[in-house]
Design a protein around this ligand. Structure first.
Ligand code: BJW
Length: 251
């Protein structure tokens, strides 16, 4: 596939939004494609607070299996390209990911905001103790919060994932706003990759960036639901397109 490289000004800011498609070539299933996660696991059962209340054991089995699967996968060429973009742009780069698989961090990106949480963090469903790194699998029921237990309260631990109907972390949204404000009036590129553009507020970031003057690009296997809001659409696998978009000798 031939891809005309991006032409980036020396002081360009680049905001990238990634979704499940970016990890597909690492072997992690997407959500809404044929054979995707929602086909075998109804979203309301495993990815809503109500589903967790109804059957916390089922939810933990779902996330335990995904923890194991994600740990067995490795980042692909699309992830590696974004590490290179960060290395070249420094503070003028920000990666916002909807993915919870940790592959961007494992690839080496540090300027990453995991807006939908992380498979590898666990928090209490009731108290505000900070979430903790956790790679364990819980197959025999949901674990209890020891801090709550010490205070005589019964509470369960849950995956630190943003489920449907839950608010995103305000600090994350504010960090994105700060980046966009810094990019306003400067050469600014917004690029979304591997996402269906179906879930908000992530699907609305293209509008935030456009309003701040960004040139907008979508890299996706299929036209996303919000494809009409992008100025450029490159159809195909992100693992091929992202490395070709801004090759090392591209500036
Ligand atoms: C490739 C490829 C390859 C394949 N290369 N491409 C405004 C309007 C309407 C509704 C709302 C709204 N604002 C908020 C809402 C409600 C709701 C929402 O958006 N609903 C929509 C379904 C309409 N949003 C929320 O509830 C959010 N909270 C919130 O806004 O709170 C305030 C509020 C609440 C209620 C009402 C109003 C305001 C929270 C959203 C949290 C989403 N969490 C999930 C689940 C995480 C659990 C888990 O991981 O287990 O996050 S949903 C799921 O979808 C997951 C993903 O991060 C997210 C996005 O999916 P993604 O990444 O786009 O994956 P896919 O599978 O959909 O698409 C993959 C794409 O890749 C496809 O297009 C392929 O073609 C492509 N692809 N291989 C390139 N190799």
């Amino acid at each position: 596939m031939s891809v005309a490289p991006l032409r980036l000004a020396a002081d360009a800011h680049v905001l990238v939004l990634t979704g499940a498609g970016v990890s597909a070539e690492s072997g992690i299933p997407t959500f809404r494609d044929a054979g995707g996660l929602w086909e075998s696991h109804p979203v309301e059962q495993v990815a809503t607070p109500q589903g967790f209340q109804r059957d916390p054991g089922l939810v933990w089995r779902f996330y335990s299996a995904r923890r194991r699967a994600a740990l067995a996968c490795v980042p692909n060429a699309g992830h590696a390209a974004l590490v290179d973009w960060e290395r070249r742009l420094g503070e003028r780069f920000l990666l916002v990911t909807q993915n919870v698989d940790g592959l961007h961090l494992r690839a080496g990106n540090t300027r990453v905001i995991e807006i939908h949480g992380s498979l590898f963090r666990t928090r209490c469903a009731r108290c505000d103790r900070p979430s903790e790194h956790d790679e364990r699998a819980y197959e025999d029921g949901a674990p209890a919060c020891e801090r709550c237990a010490a205070q005589g309260r019964r509470a369960l631990l849950r995956p630190d994932i943003v489920w449907f109907g839950e608010l995103l972390d305000a600090r994350h949204l504010s960090a994105i706003d700060t980046f966009v404000a810094a990019a306003r009036g400067k050469p600014f590129v917004f690029l979304a990759a591997g996402t269906s553009g179906a879930v908000y507020p992530a699907a609305g970031l293209v509008d935030l960036a456009s309003d701040a003057g960004a040139e907008t690009w979508l890299v996706n296997a299929e036209p996303a639901e919000n494809v009409g809001r992008f100025a450029h659409f490159l159809q195909g696998p992100s693992g091929t397109i992202l490395p070709a978009l801004w090759p090392v000798d591209g500036r």
